[in-house]
Design a binder for this molecule. Sequence first.
Ligand SMILES: Nc1nc2c(c(=O)[nH]1)N[C@H]1C(S)=C(S)[C@@H](COP(=O)(O)OP(=O)(O)OC[C@H]3O[C@@H](n4cnc5c(=O)[nH]c(N)nc54)[C@H](O)[C@@H]3O)O[C@H]1N2
Ligand SMILES: Nc1nc2c(c(=O)[nH]1)N[C@H]1C(S)=C(S)[C@@H](COP(=O)(O)OP(=O)(O)OC[C@H]3O[C@@H](n4cnc5c(=O)[nH]c(N)nc54)[C@H](O)[C@@H]3O)O[C@H]1N2
Ligand code: SF4
Ligand SMILES: [Mo]
Length: 696
Amino acid sequence: MPLDQPLFPASGRTMVRGACPHDCPDTCALHVTVENGRAVKVEGDPGHPTTNGVLCTKVARYLERTYSEARVLHPLQRIGKKGESKFRRISWDAALDAIATRFTAIAASTDGPEAIVPYSYAGTMGLLQYGSMDRRFFHKLGASLLDRTICATAGKAGYAATIGASIGIDMEEFENARLILIWGSNPIVSNLHLWSRIQEAKRRGARLIAIDPYRSQTAEKCHLHLALLPGTDAALALGVMHVLIGENLIDCDYIDRYTLGFEQLKVRVRDYAPQRVAQITGLAAEQIVELARDYGTIRPAAIRLNYGMQRHAGGGMAIRTVACLPALVGAWRDPAGGALLSSSGAYPVNGAALERPDLIWNAPRTINMSTIGNALVDADDPPIRALFVYNSNPVAVAPESARVVAGFAREDLFCVVHDVFLTDTADYADIVLPATTQLEHVDIHSSYGHLYALANNAAIAPLGEAKPNTEVFRLLAARMGFEEPCFRESDEEMARNAFLTDHPRARGLSWDTLKEKGWQRLNVPSPFAPFAHGNFPTPSGKCEFYSQTLANQGLDPLPTFIPPRESAASDPALARKYPLAMLSPPARNALNSTFANLPVFLDAEKTPSLDIHPADAASRGISDGERVRVFNDRGAMIAAARVTDKARPGVVVALSIWWRKLSPDGTNANMLTGQGLTDMGRAATFYDVLVEVQRA
Ligand SMILES: Nc1nc2c(c(=O)[nH]1)N[C@H]1C(S)=C(S)[C@@H](COP(=O)(O)OP(=O)(O)OC[C@H]3O[C@@H](n4cnc5c(=O)[nH]c(N)nc54)[C@H](O)[C@@H]3O)O[C@H]1N2
Ligand SMILES: Nc1nc2c(c(=O)[nH]1)N[C@H]1C(S)=C(S)[C@@H](COP(=O)(O)OP(=O)(O)OC[C@H]3O[C@@H](n4cnc5c(=O)[nH]c(N)nc54)[C@H](O)[C@@H]3O)O[C@H]1N2
Ligand code: SF4
Ligand SMILES: [Mo]
């Protein structure tokens, strides 16, 4: 099979190199087999070190997504009421004219262009289709900016306050660790290729400890599972530090050379004796001491911390506090020691070239995507008149659905949705535009799990009249009369400039090589031990136990514990009314709400469920399999109870994210979640939720 392919090989059998675009740290390298213009197989690249020839079930069945009967293949115009999902087919010309006419009128009105808001996230993570021509378009238009906070900004800010940037252990090193703490992370579900490395470490004798309120599929397979109460991770980490310092299990040389603020930290952790931490976390004091002794004595010690713990009011501080641990024991000295939250900070992405922030001319306001419900209903300076949604499904994924739906249902809101399917959000659109899947467009990728750049070549021609994001905004820019040359750049041209190729880590990266080979490792040493000799990208160059940056923002400069907003500690009256904490982490066979309309998800997951501990079920007269109503002041949903001790007492778990319209009662877990934000990063607090459950 020839490896170099023309754009859209039309005849014969070819193999096209691609990259998985989904919001997953693994960013797998793909081999797509195309026969006479039709993709017939999608496989993992056996030569790519982290993919290792293996794809998750969702993407192994990617052809079911690309060739699904349910795809939107033509532009549509709404003919029913908002939310009814009644449309008629229109031409691209008519659709683009309608959008340009409406945007021009709004921009010229007293409300001005800020009344237009883009809404996008990571439906695709390719640098071009995620954010390039679209950003240029909205900047030139003068639209409101969007604060993209729905996933990772709290953790990113917390980690940056301590370490300086999103850089950590190379995931390929995990197999060499002797102790692995899997902290607020469920890699079997959400980071499969890291799990392979962790399993290899286990085979070689490593000890695995899961720290998670839920006995996830991953926690099941660890030697020890510490089921702490949600949102109490910072307290646990401070308790571990208390023991490490008290028992002198620390690396004084590393601390002296490469950290800042140890003396203050020492004073702070005095408040976190194991007995007190046990009360906060719901763990036993002995478990905290044992964890600290393991962590202080076993080398190399790796921490995979992930986003589970940051979706709480104190989420930024929780990540920051855990991120202090490796420097205390000198774990960063080993390539397989330290912590990994995200590797995205290793990539020198040329954001200025891709997104062209220099086109902004009007100092526009910023709308936070995590509070889109409130913004659509309440914003008045100016009100939101038009919303353009792409790469996202906010009606299903944004918190506090009742408010989100009320906003999207506004008859005076002009809403455009560009997507592959008629999602819950598309049902509220005035105009729906058909999007291509990854097999039908070009892109270039970074990753937030490994250290390779990847190319995605187009394998097949777009189905129906589908168009990539870049092309839609190119066409709209032309319609709006935007004349800068950047609005005529091709995807290839943008891909060529996507990385800062004069940056040391991007040295040798070229689009031509990537296209041909599929992937290339960043120019980082192997083995990679980024902080073995300090060199933290913080203002001080050290690991900052004390952060002046946080102090300047009015935050506690030292690690501390901030209890969940919805907990007995913060709001006892609420906790009496709604005694159960609800988590809604990813289900294995969906990717957020992507794939959740396809057989791969629906056959496996069947119906929305709620895991509840036998004691909590018994006191409510709930038996296994029974329909239950989960509710709080914001709303309610129906789910099938699964009575199981996977959920610890006091915690219920609704694996997500279901499409509302495919659920028995037309809702999902975001009926219960709220729009409160995190301490850092202005992020959503999806797992900081109290509910009550009763038989339906
Ligand atoms: N199959 C699949 N893979 C995915 C996704 C998907 O939807 N499906 N989503 C992708 C995306 S967008 C993201 S951001 C990542 C998320 O991937 P992860 O970071 O792994 O995130 P979560 O599943 O949110 O949380 C992981 C675990 O954290 C636990 N948890 C919840 N609250 C707390 C807490 O307060 N403390 C601790 N210690 N643990 C807590 C949950 O019970 C869960 O088991 O996964 C990506 N990968
Ligand atoms: N209750 C609860 N809610 C959550 C979470 C949770 O754990 N619990 N997790 C949160 C997290 S971590 C995240 S990241 C968000 C995710 O929220 P979103 O980023 O909105 O992710 P998806 O639900 O996967 O929706 C992405 C949409 O983009 C579309 N798409 C894919 N490729 C393209 C393309 O090339 N062009 C266009 N135009 N569209 C495309 C897909 O078909 C899909 O409909 O959800 C958050 N919401
Ligand atoms: S979703 Fe993740 S594990 Fe699955 S193919 Fe894509 S990158 Fe790989
Ligand atoms: Mo996410």
